[in-house]
Ligand binder design. Structure first.
Ligand SMILES: *Cc1c(COP(=O)(O)O)cnc(C)c1O
Length: 827
């Protein structure tokens, strides 16, 4: 890790130091951070307060100070008298400062630095190069896909003189960004993977995007690319043909390319032939898909161009494994939660995974367990690695530690009595006792060689094969799309009622809390209680508060929707008996939905006057709900609802000493009536992946899948299923899947109305849907038992499935039964 004195850093970034009187003189900085939630090492950490569109790091300075952080880089004025002992470096732009510090770290080293850019494959390429080369050269690489304006400097900060090769990814989404990344990375070799459609929206066209990407290579001596992409070839030649740089092109079509590769498929593997330095080489690759082969082409081109091509490295290609790019959260045995991360295993990614573990287990009710394999991180001795692991265990307050691998075993004396040690994954499995894992969050973090998926399978709760996979990245991405569509200061309530539209309560709420949403809203008080008991502290609104739960709501800070004078009186009485003061309530106004809500301005006025006078309650917000925000035919009505809302709410607000939030928009309303956003909006189905148009480009969040149980022929003249509905006129091939109407797979999908997706194609349901099973007509395919089936997801959209069922997407999502296990994935 880099070590700088604070004064040195101030010099590097041209900042002015302001120190409180009793601050430490010129402290040593060993880590940098931009995220108040993930700081572990408060004593030697320098916090950069960044200002984003939505988030402002300066808001967290107080919280960080409380935690013990004393060194800050800021771009807003700070009252130092509030932070005794703190030291602040004042700069114009703290993101620029972060990049300058990283650039200074980078400049200290003269070993080769590879930068990878392109639309796809960057992370896998980086990981595979590491897999192929780490035995021969000491490599530092970006953790996960840290490739942004902030991720790159955080990665580069970790360079030290222990390494011999650095590999960093660079990703951009806006013009002007690449120059900044190039200045931080200062690469000596570059790879352009390919050019797709991702992040196209902010660029004038493909040409502009490519031109922007090429700026990464200004300092490179060697540039590697595949010249099968003609546009890429031409642009690189035009930009660098005369520059004196080495352009190293590989191809599967052009025999005169610097490296000509011949791929030929052989069953489940691919043979790769090429000539290098007059010698014919042949490799057997365990992949057949085009994307993997392209990544392998880039790996090989780099290895040869950079002079790492030895027999041992060639042999390593045959052992390459798919890279699991995401972290998975699953229900485990004995009330455990399992977090699987078999991604790269180095100290950085371990730190990231531990942060995730902590964010998932904050309530303190569940203990934290880590099952960790040896880490193969070049540049550190076995002892140093073990010591670093021990330090992280303490910082992240692990309760239970299982270590697997010879190196950790060798240094077991560092860890004290509680930890358990095994030489290998097999040894762990042989000794496995399920009763040792109970009520824990278990993080499984293993290098790929250790094949921790075998441990996952014994710790995982065995359900039936049908599952709903929730992509937490897509969920957060959708949240950001809606946020970007609103004014930066508009608050957001997320509707997590009805099991978050079927996607899960606590896990979703945790992810949203981490994203610092302003409010969560549930339908009934019990849903709110569950969130509080899981440690969620974000404010929660209860939409249908019931009298019997008022005391519990007051105790757990669950804020009621007050929709009538009677409810107000009863809640006020409960508030009096519990002797609370200033407890937030939300008034619902009737403007045209004719569901719950005040319609009398006299009643409202009486409450508006009483509440501030008595001081027990506080009107935190007033709101209403649109009846037809999704359809243009009701736009006039929507406008009238808004007017009515303004008329009813204005006098209420005028009578309050506090600032009252006003809100009327749901998802469709946010999309179509941004002018009505006021101080807050309520986001529901849009977050879960359904928008009115493609303007917001929301992503699919939920994938409902199962696995084929059996495939069998059905002869002509036979029928399939109950009621003998599926009549067979020609011989058919029928696949049985373990999902039925008891899972929420509606009976209206019977007899060809619904379809499922198997291996690239849709196949119809045959016969009636049963309670726990359905039959699919797979005639003419070579579909087999064990093949995965998508019921809903990328290939069968929620809208399509809802249309087949003859209902709306809301009912489909909320109807997926609880016995369908929810699996959460995160990149
Ligand atoms: C469910 C609900 C929403 C969210 O509606 P979507 O159409 O899912 O965005 C907003 N407000 C209220 C009062 C709701 O009950």
């Amino acid at each position: 890790m880099a070590n700088f004195r604070l004064n040195e850093i101030a010099g590097l970034i041209g900042g002015t130091i302001h120190a409180a009187t009793d601050s430490i003189n010129d402290p040593l900085i060993q880590s940098i951070s931009i995220d108040s939630r993930t700081i572990a090492d408060v004593n030697s950490c320098l916090f950069f307060a960044l200002r984003g569109v939505r988030h402002n790091g300066h808001q967290y300075l107080g919280e960080l100070y409380q935690k013990g952080v004393r060194c800050f880089v800021v771009s807003e004025p700070i009252r130092l008298d509030q932070f005794p002992g703190a030291i602040v470096i004042q700069v114009d732009d703290s993101q620029v400062a972060l990049q300058q510090v990283a650039a200074a770290v980078r400049s200290q080293f003269s070993y080769p630095v590879l930068a990878i850019t392109g639309s796809n494959g960057k992370t896998i390429l980086k990981e595979w190069l590491y897999d192929l080369l780490h035995e021969s050269v000491k490599i530092i690489r970006s953790p996960k896909s840290y490739n942004s304006q902030v991720g790159v400097p955080l990665s580069v900060w970790n360079m030290t003189d222990k390494f011999e090769l650095a590999i960093f990814e660079a990703g951009i989404s806006l013009p002007g960004e690449m120059e900044k990344l190039a200045a931080v990375i200062q690469p000596t070799i570059g790879i352009l993977t390919n050019l797709g459609e991702a992040h196209q929206e902010n660029f004038a066209g493909k040409d502009q995007k490519l031109a922007e990407k090429l700026k990464l290579f200004t300092s490179c001596q060697t540039i590697i690319y595949c010249n099968d992409q003609k546009a890429v070839h031409q642009k690189i030649q035009a930009a660098f043909g005369q520059s004196g740089k080495q352009l190293f092109a590989w191809s599967t079509a052009d025999e005169k390319a610097d490296l000509f590769l011949r791929f030929s498929r052989e069953g489940a593997s691919t043979q790769l032939q090429f000539n290098w330095q007059g010698k014919a080489q042949q490799l057997q690759l365990p992949f057949t898909d085009a994307a993997s082969l392209e990544n392998i082409g880039h790996c090989l081109a780099f290895i040869l161009a950079a002079g790492y091509g030895t027999d041992a490295v060639f042999a390593a290609f045959e052992k390459l494994q798919a890279v699991a790019m995401r972290l998975e959260l699953k229900q485990g045995i004995n009330n455990c939660v399992l977090i699987n991360d078999y991604y790269n295993s180095d100290i950085n990614s371990l730190t990231i995974a531990l942060q995730f573990l902590r964010s998932q287990s904050l309530s303190g009710k569940q203990s934290r367990c880590l099952i960790l394999s040896d880490i193969a991180q070049s540049g550190f001795s076995g002892k140093e690695l073990a010591e670093e692991v021990k330090r992280l265990l303490d910082v992240y307050e692990l309760d239970h530690f299982v270590a697997i691998g010879p190196n950790l075993c060798q240094h077991r004396q560092l860890f004290g009595g509680q930890a358990k040690f095994f030489q290998s994954t097999e040894a762990f499995l042989t000794a496995f006792d399920s009763s040792e894992f109970r009520n824990e969050h278990i993080l499984l973090k293993g290098a790929r060689d250790f094949r921790f998926e075998r441990i996952a399978s014994v710790l995982q709760k065995k359900y039936h094969q049908t599952q709903l996979e929730i992509n937490l990245n897509a969920l957060v991405e959708n949240l950001n799309r809606y946020r970007a569509h609103l004014r930066p200061d508009t608050k957001i309530t997320i509707m997590v009622k009805a099991f978050s539209y079927g996607s899960g309560t606590v896990e979703i709420a945790r992810a949203l809390e981490f994203q610092q949403v302003d409010y969560l809203a549930v339908a009934v008080a019990d849903e709110g209680l569950e969130l509080r008991q899981a440690g969620i502290s974000t404010p929660i609104i209860v939409m249908n508060p019931e009298e019997h739960s008022f005391e519990m709501m007051l105790e757990y800070r669950l804020e009621p929707n007050i929709y009538s004078t009677q409810v107000f009186e009863k809640f006020d009485r409960a508030a009096r008996s519990m002797a609370v003061s200033d407890f937030p309530i939300h008034l619902k106004l009737e403007t045209g939905m004719h569901r719950l809500g005040f319609s009398s301005s006299d009643e409202l006025e009486a409450i508006a006057i009483r509440v501030p006078r008595e001081g027990r309650l506080r009107i935190q917000s007033v709101f209403s709900h649109l009846a037809g925000s999704d359809s243009p035919e009701h736009d006039d009505f929507t406008a009238r609802q808004y007017k009515r809302f303004m008329k009813l709410s204005t006098p209420v607000i005028a009578n309050q000493p506090n600032k009252v939030l006003r809100h009327i928009l749901n998802s469709a309303g946010i999309e179509r009536f941004t002018d009505y956003q006021m101080e807050m909006v309520r986001l529901g189905i849009g977050l879960y992946g359904l928008a009115q148009s493609d303007r917001l480009q929301v992503e699919t969040v939920a994938r409902w899948t199962t696995v084929i149980s059996q495939v069998k022929p059905v002869a002509e003249g036979e029928t399939v299923g109950y009621g003998r509905k599926g009549e067979v006129s020609n011989p058919r091939q029928v696949a049985i899947i373990p999902v039925g109407y008891a899972d929420g797979y509606d009976r209206r999908l019977s007899n060809g109305v619904g379809k499922v997706w198997i291996a690239g194609k849709q196949y119809p349901i045959i016969g009636n849907i049963c309670m726990d099973m359905s039959m699919i007509d797979v005639t003419g395919s070579n579909v087999q038992a064990g093949d995965p089936v998508e019921l809903m997801g990328e290939n069968i959209s929620l809208n399509e499935l809802a249309a087949w069922m003859g209902t709306i997407p809301y009912e489909v999502l909320t109807g997926i039964s609880q016995r369908v296990r929810r699996v959460y994935v995160q990149e």
